[in-house]
Design a protein around this ligand. Structure first.
Ligand SMILES: Cc1cc2nc3c(=O)[nH]c(=O)nc-3n(C[C@H](O)[C@H](O)[C@H](O)COP(=O)(O)OP(=O)(O)OC[C@H]3O[C@@H](n4cnc5c(N)ncnc54)[C@H](O)[C@@H]3O)c2cc1C
Length: 236
Protein backbone atom coordinates (compact mmCIF):
# COMPACT_ATOMS: atom_id res chain seq x y z
CA UNK A 1 0.00 0.00 0.00
CA UNK A 2 1.43 3.40 -0.94
CA UNK A 3 -0.40 6.04 1.04
CA UNK A 4 0.81 8.87 3.23
CA UNK A 5 0.19 8.02 6.86
CA UNK A 6 -0.01 10.85 9.31
CA UNK A 7 -0.79 9.14 12.57
CA UNK A 8 -0.57 5.71 14.15
CA UNK A 9 -2.63 4.45 17.05
CA UNK A 10 -2.83 1.10 18.77
CA UNK A 11 -6.34 0.14 19.80
CA UNK A 12 -6.50 -2.31 22.65
CA UNK A 13 -10.16 -3.10 22.06
CA UNK A 14 -9.29 -5.27 19.08
CA UNK A 15 -6.18 -6.79 17.60
CA UNK A 16 -5.57 -4.08 15.03
CA UNK A 17 -3.23 -1.16 14.81
CA UNK A 18 -5.04 1.77 13.24
CA UNK A 19 -3.67 4.36 10.87
CA UNK A 20 -4.99 7.60 9.55
CA UNK A 21 -3.90 8.74 6.13
CA UNK A 22 -3.92 12.31 4.85
CA UNK A 23 -7.49 11.98 3.59
CA UNK A 24 -8.39 11.01 7.14
CA UNK A 25 -9.38 7.54 6.22
CA UNK A 26 -8.61 4.99 8.83
CA UNK A 27 -6.60 2.03 7.63
CA UNK A 28 -6.64 -1.12 9.72
CA UNK A 29 -3.79 -3.59 9.81
CA UNK A 30 -2.94 -6.50 12.04
CA UNK A 31 0.81 -6.16 11.83
CA UNK A 32 2.77 -3.10 10.90
CA UNK A 33 6.41 -2.32 10.30
CA UNK A 34 7.45 1.30 10.48
CA UNK A 35 10.42 2.01 8.25
CA UNK A 36 10.02 5.74 7.68
CA UNK A 37 13.54 6.71 8.69
CA UNK A 38 13.90 10.53 8.57
CA UNK A 39 10.11 11.01 8.69
CA UNK A 40 9.39 8.87 11.74
CA UNK A 41 9.22 11.69 14.30
CA UNK A 42 6.61 13.49 12.14
CA UNK A 43 4.29 10.52 12.52
CA UNK A 44 5.02 9.59 16.12
CA UNK A 45 6.03 12.01 18.87
CA UNK A 46 7.65 9.12 20.68
CA UNK A 47 10.55 9.35 18.25
CA UNK A 48 11.17 13.06 18.79
CA UNK A 49 14.81 13.51 19.76
CA UNK A 50 15.41 9.80 19.25
CA UNK A 51 15.51 9.60 15.47
CA UNK A 52 16.32 13.06 14.13
CA UNK A 53 16.34 14.12 10.49
CA UNK A 54 19.64 14.94 8.87
CA UNK A 55 20.56 16.04 5.39
CA UNK A 56 23.44 14.51 3.53
CA UNK A 57 24.88 16.09 0.40
CA UNK A 58 27.04 14.24 -2.06
CA UNK A 59 29.02 15.34 -5.13
CA UNK A 60 30.28 13.35 -8.09
CA UNK A 61 33.42 14.02 -10.12
CA UNK A 62 34.03 12.31 -13.45
CA UNK A 63 37.26 10.86 -14.86
CA UNK A 64 39.15 11.03 -11.57
CA UNK A 65 42.27 8.88 -11.22
CA UNK A 66 41.25 5.97 -9.04
CA UNK A 67 43.91 5.73 -6.37
CA UNK A 68 41.82 3.78 -3.86
CA UNK A 69 40.87 0.75 -5.96
CA UNK A 70 37.75 -0.86 -4.48
CA UNK A 71 37.87 0.84 -1.09
CA UNK A 72 35.25 3.04 0.49
CA UNK A 73 37.03 5.57 2.68
CA UNK A 74 35.37 7.36 5.58
CA UNK A 75 36.49 10.30 7.67
CA UNK A 76 35.25 12.91 10.15
CA UNK A 77 33.63 10.33 12.45
CA UNK A 78 31.88 8.68 9.53
CA UNK A 79 30.09 11.82 8.28
CA UNK A 80 32.29 11.88 5.20
CA UNK A 81 32.94 9.10 2.71
CA UNK A 82 33.97 8.44 -0.86
CA UNK A 83 34.37 5.63 -3.35
CA UNK A 84 34.38 4.82 -7.05
CA UNK A 85 31.25 2.88 -8.04
CA UNK A 86 32.25 -0.13 -10.14
CA UNK A 87 29.85 0.82 -12.96
CA UNK A 88 31.89 3.92 -13.90
CA UNK A 89 35.42 2.54 -13.57
CA UNK A 90 37.66 2.31 -16.64
CA UNK A 91 41.30 2.32 -17.75
CA UNK A 92 42.27 5.32 -19.88
CA UNK A 93 44.50 5.16 -22.99
CA UNK A 94 47.58 5.69 -20.82
CA UNK A 95 46.69 2.71 -18.67
CA UNK A 96 45.57 4.84 -15.71
CA UNK A 97 42.52 3.57 -13.77
CA UNK A 98 39.80 6.22 -13.63
CA UNK A 99 36.19 6.53 -12.66
CA UNK A 100 33.43 8.69 -11.23
CA UNK A 101 34.22 9.62 -7.65
CA UNK A 102 31.19 9.83 -5.35
CA UNK A 103 32.22 11.94 -2.38
CA UNK A 104 30.46 13.75 0.42
CA UNK A 105 28.07 13.23 3.23
CA UNK A 106 29.48 15.60 5.71
CA UNK A 107 29.09 17.58 7.67
CA UNK A 108 25.58 16.14 7.86
CA UNK A 109 23.11 18.87 8.73
CA UNK A 110 20.25 18.62 11.21
CA UNK A 111 16.83 19.56 9.81
CA UNK A 112 13.41 19.92 11.46
CA UNK A 113 11.63 19.09 8.21
CA UNK A 114 12.98 16.33 5.96
CA UNK A 115 10.89 17.68 3.07
CA UNK A 116 12.77 20.98 3.14
CA UNK A 117 16.37 20.20 2.38
CA UNK A 118 18.07 23.12 0.68
CA UNK A 119 21.43 22.54 -0.91
CA UNK A 120 24.28 23.95 1.07
CA UNK A 121 26.97 25.85 -0.75
CA UNK A 122 29.16 25.63 2.35
CA UNK A 123 28.90 21.85 2.37
CA UNK A 124 29.58 21.76 -1.38
CA UNK A 125 32.76 23.81 -0.94
CA UNK A 126 33.80 21.79 2.12
CA UNK A 127 33.46 18.55 0.14
CA UNK A 128 35.30 20.06 -2.85
CA UNK A 129 38.21 21.07 -0.61
CA UNK A 130 38.40 17.56 0.82
CA UNK A 131 38.37 16.24 -2.76
CA UNK A 132 41.20 18.52 -3.93
CA UNK A 133 43.28 17.61 -0.88
CA UNK A 134 42.81 13.86 -1.32
CA UNK A 135 43.04 13.85 -5.13
CA UNK A 136 45.57 16.64 -5.89
CA UNK A 137 45.94 15.44 -9.50
CA UNK A 138 42.28 16.51 -10.04
CA UNK A 139 42.62 19.90 -8.33
CA UNK A 140 40.00 22.44 -9.52
CA UNK A 141 38.05 19.87 -11.50
CA UNK A 142 34.35 20.93 -11.49
CA UNK A 143 31.76 18.62 -9.94
CA UNK A 144 29.64 16.76 -12.44
CA UNK A 145 26.60 16.79 -10.15
CA UNK A 146 25.58 17.15 -6.52
CA UNK A 147 22.51 15.94 -4.64
CA UNK A 148 21.04 15.98 -1.16
CA UNK A 149 18.52 13.88 0.73
CA UNK A 150 17.18 13.21 4.23
CA UNK A 151 17.82 10.29 6.51
CA UNK A 152 17.28 9.41 10.15
CA UNK A 153 19.97 9.57 12.78
CA UNK A 154 19.97 8.21 16.29
CA UNK A 155 22.41 9.85 18.68
CA UNK A 156 24.45 6.66 19.03
CA UNK A 157 24.26 5.92 15.31
CA UNK A 158 22.67 2.52 15.90
CA UNK A 159 19.19 1.97 14.43
CA UNK A 160 16.10 1.44 16.57
CA UNK A 161 14.63 -2.03 16.17
CA UNK A 162 11.80 -2.26 18.67
CA UNK A 163 8.06 -2.51 19.23
CA UNK A 164 6.41 0.85 19.72
CA UNK A 165 3.80 -0.10 22.31
CA UNK A 166 4.56 0.55 26.00
CA UNK A 167 2.91 -2.79 26.67
CA UNK A 168 5.71 -5.37 26.42
CA UNK A 169 3.34 -8.04 25.21
CA UNK A 170 2.00 -5.97 22.34
CA UNK A 171 4.06 -6.92 19.31
CA UNK A 172 1.78 -5.67 16.56
CA UNK A 173 3.83 -2.68 15.47
CA UNK A 174 7.59 -2.85 15.05
CA UNK A 175 9.88 -0.05 13.96
CA UNK A 176 13.20 -0.41 12.22
CA UNK A 177 14.35 3.18 11.79
CA UNK A 178 17.35 5.44 12.07
CA UNK A 179 19.63 3.58 9.76
CA UNK A 180 21.91 6.67 9.50
CA UNK A 181 24.35 7.44 6.75
CA UNK A 182 25.18 3.87 5.78
CA UNK A 183 21.63 2.59 5.89
CA UNK A 184 21.74 1.60 2.24
CA UNK A 185 23.45 -1.54 3.47
CA UNK A 186 21.41 -1.83 6.66
CA UNK A 187 17.89 -1.35 5.36
CA UNK A 188 17.59 -4.73 3.58
CA UNK A 189 18.61 -6.59 6.70
CA UNK A 190 16.39 -4.25 8.71
CA UNK A 191 13.34 -5.19 6.65
CA UNK A 192 14.06 -8.88 7.08
CA UNK A 193 14.52 -8.57 10.84
CA UNK A 194 11.45 -6.37 11.29
CA UNK A 195 9.35 -8.95 9.42
CA UNK A 196 10.59 -11.59 11.84
CA UNK A 197 9.82 -9.30 14.78
CA UNK A 198 6.11 -9.11 13.93
CA UNK A 199 5.78 -12.75 12.93
CA UNK A 200 3.77 -14.85 15.33
CA UNK A 201 6.18 -17.70 15.55
CA UNK A 202 7.25 -19.21 18.87
CA UNK A 203 10.40 -20.60 17.31
CA UNK A 204 13.00 -20.56 20.11
CA UNK A 205 15.94 -20.76 17.70
CA UNK A 206 14.66 -17.71 15.86
CA UNK A 207 14.21 -15.82 19.12
CA UNK A 208 17.81 -16.60 20.09
CA UNK A 209 19.04 -15.52 16.68
CA UNK A 210 17.16 -12.22 16.98
CA UNK A 211 18.61 -11.55 20.43
CA UNK A 212 22.03 -12.18 18.94
CA UNK A 213 21.52 -10.00 15.86
CA UNK A 214 19.60 -7.14 17.42
CA UNK A 215 20.27 -7.35 21.17
CA UNK A 216 17.64 -5.21 22.93
CA UNK A 217 20.22 -3.41 25.06
CA UNK A 218 21.63 -1.90 21.87
CA UNK A 219 18.59 -1.62 19.60
CA UNK A 220 15.59 -0.97 21.86
CA UNK A 221 13.94 2.40 22.41
CA UNK A 222 14.54 2.17 26.14
CA UNK A 223 18.27 2.75 25.72
CA UNK A 224 17.45 6.43 25.23
CA UNK A 225 15.56 6.83 28.49
CA UNK A 226 17.03 9.39 30.88
CA UNK A 227 19.55 10.49 28.32
CA UNK A 228 19.88 14.05 27.24
CA UNK A 229 18.64 15.12 23.83
CA UNK A 230 20.75 13.98 20.93
CA UNK A 231 24.02 15.79 20.46
CA UNK A 232 23.83 17.25 17.02
CA UNK A 233 26.31 16.05 14.46
CA UNK A 234 29.13 18.27 13.42
CA UNK A 235 27.95 21.55 11.96
CA UNK A 236 29.85 23.82 9.65
C1 LIG B 1 22.60 11.93 -0.13
C2 LIG B 1 22.62 10.60 0.56
C3 LIG B 1 23.62 9.68 0.28
C4 LIG B 1 23.64 8.44 0.88
N1 LIG B 1 24.64 7.56 0.57
C5 LIG B 1 24.66 6.33 1.13
C6 LIG B 1 25.68 5.40 0.79
O1 LIG B 1 26.57 5.68 -0.01
N2 LIG B 1 25.66 4.18 1.38
C7 LIG B 1 24.69 3.83 2.28
O2 LIG B 1 24.70 2.72 2.78
N3 LIG B 1 23.69 4.69 2.62
C8 LIG B 1 23.67 5.93 2.07
N4 LIG B 1 22.68 6.83 2.41
C9 LIG B 1 21.73 6.45 3.47
C10 LIG B 1 20.62 5.55 2.96
O3 LIG B 1 20.05 6.12 1.79
C11 LIG B 1 19.52 5.45 4.05
O4 LIG B 1 20.10 5.12 5.30
C12 LIG B 1 18.53 4.35 3.67
O5 LIG B 1 17.86 4.74 2.47
C13 LIG B 1 17.50 4.13 4.76
O6 LIG B 1 16.56 3.18 4.28
P1 LIG B 1 15.12 3.09 4.91
O7 LIG B 1 14.37 2.08 4.10
O8 LIG B 1 15.26 2.87 6.39
O9 LIG B 1 14.48 4.56 4.73
P2 LIG B 1 14.15 5.39 3.39
O10 LIG B 1 14.91 4.86 2.22
O11 LIG B 1 14.32 6.84 3.76
O12 LIG B 1 12.61 5.06 3.17
C14 LIG B 1 11.60 5.61 4.01
C15 LIG B 1 10.31 5.56 3.21
O13 LIG B 1 9.22 5.90 4.05
C16 LIG B 1 8.32 6.71 3.32
N5 LIG B 1 7.55 7.50 4.28
C17 LIG B 1 8.01 8.42 5.15
N6 LIG B 1 7.00 8.92 5.88
C18 LIG B 1 5.87 8.31 5.48
C19 LIG B 1 4.50 8.41 5.86
N7 LIG B 1 4.07 9.23 6.82
N8 LIG B 1 3.59 7.61 5.23
C20 LIG B 1 4.00 6.74 4.25
N9 LIG B 1 5.29 6.61 3.85
C21 LIG B 1 6.21 7.39 4.45
C22 LIG B 1 9.24 7.57 2.45
O14 LIG B 1 8.53 8.11 1.36
C23 LIG B 1 10.30 6.56 2.04
O15 LIG B 1 9.95 5.88 0.86
C24 LIG B 1 22.63 8.08 1.82
C25 LIG B 1 21.61 9.00 2.12
C26 LIG B 1 21.60 10.24 1.49
C27 LIG B 1 20.49 11.18 1.82
Amino acid sequence: MKTLLIFIALFSSNSFADYLDRQERVVFAKKVIIATDAYTHLMMKKFNGIVDSYVSQVSAYKDVENTIKGLTITGHDGDFYYNFPLSAQYIDINGIPRGTLVIGGGPDRYTENPDLIPYSQETFVWVAEEFFQRFPQSRNKPAYRTWAGPFGFTRDRIPVADYISDNQNDKRVAAFVGSQGYGGSWCFLGGFLAAKMVSETNDVALKELMDQWIPPEHFSLTRFRNQKRAKKCSQL
